[in-house]
Design a protein around this ligand. Structure first.
Ligand code: GAR
Length: 209
């Protein structure tokens, strides 16, 4: 059984999809903790499901690296990133760039979901940037986190056509409708070892089929 630590900053609809999936006893992963950098409304989904939560605020530390060390330690307390089974850290709407020390602690068992077809539109405003660029298509990417900003190896993607005149919120919601099942399916593939993160990170596996 793959142990998951899920990291969020916002409403947590991707977290909610993972919680719902993991309620099925045949799902091969369990969420052991949910962490945030802020009092994210989505933490309520974890609390309602009886999953331990923690908040580690960057403003309480002198540097991003120091924050990252404390955030990593809080995850490891729940048995993810320690021992022979590394587990998996899932950034599902965490709106912070994870510092290098944190990434090296968990890599390559550290994935992110991003609302664009990377390498297009990395960063915190991916949906807005795709609309501003007049992109005819955008989508979602699940990728391994490396030390860059949304630059790690791509695992899975799904695309959506941009509609004339739609707002950022409307497009983001349509992306999220694809994102939630894609994230759940990718976690399942990792847990069932159909997707080998070490091989993808080492370039031995080309990633998306
Ligand atoms: C998701 O669309 C996720 O891809 C995005 O935040 C949203 C969180 O939604 N993450 C980023 O933009 C990271 N750069 P949720 O809180 O409803 O799961």
């Amino acid at each position: 059984m793959l142990k998951l630590a899920v990291l969020i900053s916002g409403g947590g609809s991707n977290l909610q999809a993972l919680i719902a999936a993991a309620e099925d006893p045949s799902f091969p992963a369990r969420i052991v903790c949910v962490g945030s950098d802020t009092d994210a409304p989505g933490l309520a989904h974890a609390e309602a499901a009886g999953i331990p939560t923690f908040v580690v605020r960057p403003r309480d530390y002198h540097s991003r690296e120091e924050w990252g060390q404390v955030f990593a330690a809080a995850i490891q307390e729940h048995g993810v990133g320690t021992g022979p089974e590394p587990g998996l850290v899932v950034s599902a709407g965490l709106m912070r760039i994870l510092p290098g020390g944190f990434v090296r602690e968990f890599s390559p068992f550290l994935i992110n979901t991003h609302p664009a077809l990377l390498p297009n539109f990395p960063g915190a405003h991916a949906v807005r940037d795709a609309l501003a660029a007049g992109a005819p298509q955008t989508g979602v990417t699940v990728h391994i986190i490396d030390e860059g900003v949304d630059t790690g190896p791509v695992l899975r993607q799904a695309s959506v056509d941009v509609r004339d005149g739609e707002t950022e919120d409307e497009l983001h919601e349509r992306i999220k409708q694809l994102e939630r099942p894609l994230l759940v399916a990718t976690v399942r593939e990792i847990a069932e070892r159909h997707l080998d993160l070490e091989a993808v990170a080492a370039g031995r596996d080309p990633g998306p089929a």
